[in-house]
Design a protein around this ligand. Structure first.
Ligand code: CAA
Length: 240
């Protein structure tokens, strides 16, 4: 039977491309979303991929939602922690609420999703945890103290899980996308965005499918010896 993949934030943007690419690669895919019912319904109608609604920032919602997915589709073999938000503001203007919203979703959300799935992966001696970090977790970013901290933290989670999971056949890896043509990046003021594109040697924003292909590779049996790694896909904007 084909493996089951669960993609958080999997009905829009990079997550939608990941869900579709994994489905095309033969996995059974479930996608979660937090709020946009219309987008999720349209996504399911177009792709046939089931969507489930919960907030990754809430541990109990994750545990209950994962149980539902496992009952309907099967035990989760591949978890893609993709759900993420921005609340950009220069530090002197950033509120505690903006800090907490981003940390709760992008960082604690990874804990909340991975923790309930982890024991089953250990028992079954197989798992793939793939977390979507960001170029801005690697280099920092003006107006993103919250986001950069969350995405850098995601790399710390990944490297630690890699060490704990290895003996159970579980790998944990991260992908650090650069600026990708999604709603999140399109929300950046146009003038600022133009300035960002000017810093990308490839001369354009990335496409969600270019990130999705990295995830399909990390999920595959071709990536068995890759553990605790980061695939950086940013058009050459930041070299690590
Ligand atoms: N470096 C240095 N200075 C900068 C700057 C930068 N990157 N960006 C803005 N500034 C400066 C401005 O020129 C302005 O200076 P002055 O006061 O001298 O004019 C000041 O900082 C900004 O002051 P504002 O009062 O205008 O700031 P604001 O409260 O209106 O906030 C902003 C504006 C939120 C910073 C807006 O410019 C913005 O959204 N910037 C983009 C931040 C960004 O790149 N976010 C990434 C989103 S995409 C993503 O996160 C996905 C991913 O993983 C890559």
């Amino acid at each position: 039977m084909s493996r089951t993949a669960l993609v958080t934030g999997g009905s829009r943007g990079i997550g939608a491309a990941i869900s579709v690419a994994l489905s095309n690669a033969g996995y059974q895919v479930a996608a979660t979303y937090a709020g946009n019912d219309a987008a999720a319904a349209a996504f399911t109608e177009q792709t046939g991929i089931k969507t489930f609604k919960w907030n990754v920032a809430e541990y109990d919602e994750c545990a209950a939602g994962i149980s539902k997915v496992e009952a309907e589709i099967g035990p989760v073999d591949i978890l893609v922690n993709n759900a993420g938000i921005t609340r950009d503001a220069p530090f002197h203007k950033m509120t505690k609420e903006q800090w907490s919203q981003v940390i709760d979703t992008n960082l604690t959300g990874v804990f909340n999703m991975t923790h309930p799935i982890w024991p089953g992966m250990r028992e079954r001696k197989f798992g793939r945890i793939i977390t979507i970090s960001s170029i801005n977790g690697q280099k920092g970013q003006f107006a993103q103290v919250n986001y950069a901290a969350s995405k850098a933290g995601d790399l710390g989670i990944t490297k630690s899980l890699a060490q704990e999971g290895a003996r159970y056949g579980i790998t944990a890896n991260a992908v650090c996308p650069g600026y990708i043509a999604t709603d999140m990046v399109m929300a950046v003021p146009e003038k600022v965005r133009d300035g960002i594109v000017a810093q990308i040697p490839t001369g354009r924003l990335g496409e969600p499918e270019e990130i999705a292909r990295c995830v399909v590779f990390l999920a595959s049996d071709d990536a068995t010896f890759i553990n605790g790694s980061t695939i950086t896909a940013n058009g050459g904007q930041h070299l690590v």
